[in-house]
Design a protein around this ligand. Structure first.
Ligand code: HEC
Ligand code: HEC
Length: 320
């Protein structure tokens, strides 16, 4: 184009220039719509990445029985009973195909269903509440692209009074407040990315923190380790305490562990963490794993005496 215009000394050349301009506006139109297509494709692929980072896949896919991706039906054993994850594919009957984006946002960040029911915090909306709107949109785009599954939702098998769903409103009033992620301007970009990955998407504290009698995370002991109330197994302290935490691990030890499951002593992660690594942290970019390590290293060390003689946990499968 530019070359043509610069050649247009004569009227003819100018005409040619105008024609040329007219012709290029047509492809311009298609460029705009292919831009849109590119944006949509990039939203789907970003959503896929976020789905791994937040490990929706592990809970919403019944891998044990070769269930369809995100078709639900996975058993999650807790001290309150067994929960079965729902089908979150876009099937209009069996999944969430009739939902709007707002319905999705309210489920994931507020724990409220389109009918106004409250979800059990076994669905970790308590951490996901911080997910940015842009990331929710990408997650939503990806969910639309997953093949629909007609897997039927199963009812939870939980004990009374926990089976009484309306009581969750009270639980949420006491233990939950929806809150968007806020970065800390005094920290680096990498630290903030790590903070977001650990606290919001990766919901690491949901497992690595002790819970009170009502099943709520004890925020002041965040990341200091916990004991499964179902199996009595220990979920390690991941604060940098030298004796009871991961204070002797350097950044590379952490990133290597999150990528491969190998501990610095050559042992391998077992139980539910093996699943977290397989479905989630091994899919992250090296930069993101590095950000997680920066964030974990920056936590205040919490001394937790019950983790000094840390035994091996190999069979925490399905229990947390
Ligand atoms: C630790 C397991 C776990 C993880 C991780 C998890 N979910 Fe869930 N999710 C559940 C369970 C269990 C329920 C049902 C809760 C209830 O019945 O109160 C649920 C419910 C839902 C619902 C409501 C479905 C319906 O039919 O009402 C949606 C939507 C959902 N999850 C999406 C997600 C997304 C998106 C992610 C990742 C960002 C995710 N979940 C991660 C366990 C999980
Ligand atoms: C669903 C529960 C669960 C979630 C979520 C989870 N972890 Fe773990 N994690 C465990 C368990 C259980 C172990 C112990 C595994 C073993 O001993 O083989 C563990 C072990 C670890 C260890 C090794 C510590 C040591 O001293 O051996 C690190 C580091 C770790 N997790 C980091 C993370 C990070 C970072 C996240 C979030 C991205 C995370 N975990 C999310 C359950 C979980």
């Amino acid at each position: 184009m530019g070359a043509v215009i610069s050649l247009s000394h004569s009227v003819n050349f100018q005409l040619l220039g105008v024609l040329c301009f007219l012709f290029t506006t047509v492809p311009d139109g298609t460029v705009a719509s292919s831009d849109e297509a590119n944006r949509a494709a990039s939203s789907v692929s970003k959503g896929r990445y976020l789905l791994h980072a937040s490990n929706c896949i592990s809970c919403h896919t019944d891998f044990k029985n070769s269930g369809p991706l995100l078709g639900g039906g996975r058993a999650i054993v807790t001290e309150f009973g067994t929960f079965f994850s729902p089908n979150i594919t876009s099937d209009p009957v069996y999944g969430i195909g009739k939902w709007t984006f707002k319905d999705f946002e309210s489920a994931v960040t507020k724990g409220v269903s389109p009918q106004g029911h409250h979800y059990y915090p076994v669905f970790p909306y308590t951490s996901y509440t911080g997910i940015t709107t842009a990331d929710l949109r990408d997650l939503w785009s990806y969910l639309q692209s997953v093949p629909q599954s007609s897997a039927l939702n199963r009812s939870h098998q939980i004990r009374f009074p926990f089976s009484f769903r309306p009581a969750l409103l009270l639980w949420k009033k006491i233990f939950f407040s929806p809150m968007k992620f806020q970065s800390n301007p005094e920290e680096s970009e990498d630290w903030n990315r790590g903070f977001y990955l650990v606290a919001t998407l990766g919901h690491c504290r949901e497992c690595h923190t002790p819970r009170n009698l009502f099943g709520a995370v004890k925020t002041k002991d965040a990341y200091s380790g916990a004991k499964s109330k179902v199996t009595d197994e220990k979920i390690p302290n991941i604060t940098p305490d030298l004796e009871s935490g991961i204070g002797t691990w350097n950044k590379e030890d952490i990133t290597w562990f999150l990528e491969t499951g190998f501990l610095p002593d050559g042992d391998v992660a077992g139980g539910i963490m093996a699943e977290v690594i397989e479905q989630s942290t091994s899919f992250l970019t090296p930069n993101d794993r590095n950000s997680i390590a920066i964030f974990l290293n920056s936590l205040s060390p919490v001394h937790n005496p019950s983790f000094i003689e840390q035994s091996n946990i190999d069979s925490a499968e399905e229990n947390w």
